[in-house]
Design a protein around this ligand. Structure first.
Ligand SMILES: [Zn+2]
Length: 404
């Protein structure tokens, strides 16, 4: 079923007109309402009058994650856009009002749960936000409550499958669908897991704290994620030239969110690598499709003269396999000297690192980062209120120096 046919199957001409009108309004709103953004536009010699429609999109400056930190407050999703996107995604994956959906997101992504629940409510389906520190109970709980669909990360779905197998519950689950977000994963892994669980698994894309879940989602043909183009303008660029690449060619995804005035993203560089297709899909939707995210672009940092890539930091921290944590690495400049801070948070909803392990974890994390960057970072274990600093990725690297 197509939840909103007038929008999801809109003609290309009508869509370009709609996106153009929304873009003009958004740019005015940002220019007159946000000093930070006004300055950024003025630096490029642009004012709202220069933006007449979608054809002028590439005149606008890119927004980086560092910019977002400087001019956005977090946790302010536009609820109606969010629930509409979630409702479309739920229908896209073949679910309906008869389904019971479990929204099980790890730490940092758990902000997605309310949006999913309100989207499910719209379609008549029941949604259960799930956060439990003892995930071993999850498979049993799914069986007892008759859950038919689950929304989670691929890694979490693999855990569910492992647990169900371990407790002999694989045959007893009523699960038929999973909607997986956020992590790059292999098609072969999806196929394997589909067979093991006897379900269909669909990809979904959202930017965690910055944009709604269901910014893009897969239909039953599992052939790329349809972008909700009446709300978002997708571009795929070559990160070096910053110019658009042709359909089918991989590049960095850039998103403009048209209807979220509280977190307005204009040409936001996501660092996610994908390709785009405007070919019409067999499901009847006319919206552009994104290939599954295949990785991240590398950010090059110079820390006290040494060149380090964000990928090196990511690899080093990923190797600490037994530490169940997410990391946020911030590079700062204090008294003309580069410093690095690593914030460590648990990777489970409502989870905390055991207090008696904190010191050992901090030492190991600091050692792994020091081996890459050559200086000892300051490591901090995040307390509950710091949740907003994690955007669902295992490792986030932020360079704050330009603005100090
Ligand atoms: Zn489709």
């Amino acid at each position: 079923m197509i939840w909103n046919e007038s929008r999801e199957c809109i003609s290309r001409d009508e869509l370009i007109d709609l996106q153009g009108r929304r873009l003009v309004k958004l740019v005015k709103h940002m220019y007159y309402g946000t000093e930070y953004y006004r300055k950024k536009m003025q630096q490029q010699g642009i004012e709202p009058g220069d933006i007449h429609g979608l054809e002028d999109l590439d005149k606008l400056p890119f927004t980086t994650r560092e910019d977002l930190e400087n001019f956005c407050s977090f946790d302010t999703h536009t609820a109606d856009v969010w629930s509409e996107c979630a409702a479309r995604t739920i229908c896209m994956s073949g679910l309906s009002g008869r389904d019971k959906i479990l929204a099980a997101y790890p730490y940092g992504l758990s902000a997605g749960a309310p949006g999913i629940c309100s989207g499910a409510e719209k379609t008549g389906a029941a949604a259960v936000p799930f956060s439990i520190s003892n995930s071993s109970k999850l498979a049993a709980m799914m069986k007892e409550s008759g859950v038919t669909a689950v929304m989670c990360t691929p890694a979490y779905l693999m855990r569910i499958a492992r647990m169900a197998e371990e407790y002999g519950l694989l045959e007893q689950l009523q699960l038929k669908t999973a909607i997986c977000s956020a992590e790059p994963w292999q098609e072969s892994a999806r196929k394997q897991l589909q067979t093991k669980l006897g379900i269909r698994i669909y990809d979904i894309y959202g930017l965690g704290e910055f944009a709604e879940f269901g910014t893009a989602g897969e239909c039953r043909f599992q052939n790329g994620m349809h972008v909700q183009e009446d709300y978002y303008i997708p571009e795929v660029i070559d990160p070096r030239t910053q110019r658009a690449v042709p359909d089918g060619q991989k590049g960095e995804l850039v998103l403009t969110s048209l209807c979220n005035e509280r977190i307005p993203l204009i040409r936001c560089r996501t660092a996610d690598i994908t390709s785009i297709s405007h070919n019409r899909c067999r499901c009847g939707r006319t919206t552009a499709r994104l290939e599954r995210i295949s990785g991240r672009t590398q950010q090059q940092l110079f820390i006290r003269g040494k060149q380090v890539s964000s990928g090196q930091l990511e690899t080093a921290l990923m190797q600490l396999e037994d530490i169940r944590a997410v990391y946020r690495v911030s590079v700062k400049r204090e008294h003309h000297l580069d410093t690095v801070e690593v914030l460590i948070g648990p990777d489970e909803p409502d989870g905390t690192l055991p207090a008696d392990e904190e010191e050992a974890v901090k030492r190991r994390v600091a050692g792994a980062v020091r081996d890459i960057i050559g200086i000892m970072p300051n490591t901090i274990v995040a307390k509950q209120g710091k949740k907003r600093y994690f955007d669902g990725r295992k490792v986030t690297v932020i360079d704050k120096r330009t603005y100090n």
